[in-house]
Design a binder for this molecule. Structure first.
Ligand code: NAP
Length: 303
């Protein structure tokens, strides 16, 4: 994947530059479409298998977005919608089938799974070279070793946002003080490892961090992934910091907001990502990128 497509910058209401994840994701999907066309000319079409278990409406929306992106790019999608009563053994059997299917390059089981299913067993059953969510021990371990292969889509999307925004400004992550709020396996932990790999000095904060405000005030890069609406106050943000908001919260009015007080923060930040239109679309774009690179890696095609 190249980062050639420049994305025009616009401003948040407070004055900070907007890090437009929606536009960046569209550019990445365009790059991937070209790669997939080249693969198809050589007789290869990447395939993504997605399992959705149960009736969680938010999960159904996320899966719908992923299938739509596959169609747009030319990736073949295989979808399994399973009832909430599905057992761990049944889900493992489906993963075994997909692991053995050469036309399946990526396997994604939408989380969270219904209570009663052993999530850890399911995540670890996915073949590491098809683990396009990057949640398995093999891929997470490689990232911790500084030799990433398939990286979790949300934190990788954040890194791409920082890279694509920073490049035309002569700005990079290297040497910056970064604060990551959240230490989940899916977002905070891999996020911190990626920032570390890009030579930031990284502080990881969580629910037991005594002075979160003080930590954020020191940061030149803030990645908020706590899952707490408006946890990060505008006046915590250092002048000129770059802020990425991973949180997603749907209000009673149906509107989406993030973990950061967007308006006040954008009066102090140099650049900030919005919710919606920030990390969300980038997460899906990076899933597509992982599927294409899993295909290239597995089938030995470098196009
Ligand atoms: P999670 O598994 O619930 O983890 C949340 C993390 O935040 C935990 O490490 C927790 O600390 C920490 N935390 C919670 N409250 C805190 C507080 N008051 N101060 C400091 N740290 C606090 O959530 P997740 O899956 O990582 O997701 C985080 C957010 O990102 C959610 O809003 C989720 O919807 C969103 N998300 C968005 C995307 C996207 O595509 N845009 C993708 C994934 C997730 P402890 O470890 O101490 O409990």
């Amino acid at each position: 994947m190249t980062d050639s497509a420049a994305v025009a910058s616009s401003r948040a209401p407070g004055g900070a530059e907007l890090i437009d994840g929606k536009a960046m994701a569209a550019a990445i999907r365009g790059e991937l479409r070209e790669t997939v066309e080249r693969l198809a000319e050589n007789g290869t079409r990447p395939g993504l298998a997605v399992a959705l278990v149960g009736e969680d409406p938010a999960s159904a929306v996320y899966v719908g977005g992923k299938i739509k992106a596959c169609k747009e790019i030319g990736i073949r999608s295989i979808e399994a919608r399973l009832p909430a009563e599905t057992t761990t053994a049944q889900l493992l059997a489906l993963i075994d089938e997909w692991n053995a299917d050469d036309a399946v390059d990526g396997i994604l089981v939408q989380l969270p799974l219904p209570k009663g299913i052993d999530t850890q067993a399911v995540v670890e059953r996915i073949a590491p070279d098809k683990d396009v969510d990057g949640f398995g021990a093999d891929n997470l371990g490689r990232l911790a070793q500084g030799k990433p292969r398939l990286v979790a889509c949300t934190p990788w999307g954040v890194m791409e946002m920082l890279k694509r925004w920073g490049k035309p400004h002569g700005w990079s992550v290297a040497g910056k003080r970064a604060v990551v709020i959240g230490r989940s396996i899916t977002v905070g932990r891999p996020m911190a490892l990626l920032l570390l790999g890009a030579d930031a000095t990284v502080t990881i904060c969580h629910s037991r961090t005594p002075d979160l405000a003080g930590a954020v005030r020191q940061a030149e890069i803030v990645v908020a992934a706590a899952g707490q609406r408006h946890l990060v106050k505008g006046d915590w943000i250092a002048e000129g910091a770059v802020v990425i908001d991973v949180g997603i919260h749907r209000g009673d009015d149906g509107k989406l907001t993030g973990d950061v007080e967007f308006g006040p923060a954008s009066a102090r930040a140099r650049a900030i990502s919005p919710v919606p239109g920030g990390v969300g679309p980038m997460t899906i774009a990076m899933l597509m990128a992982n599927t294409v690179s899993a295909c290239q890696g597995r089938r030995g095609t470098g196009v």
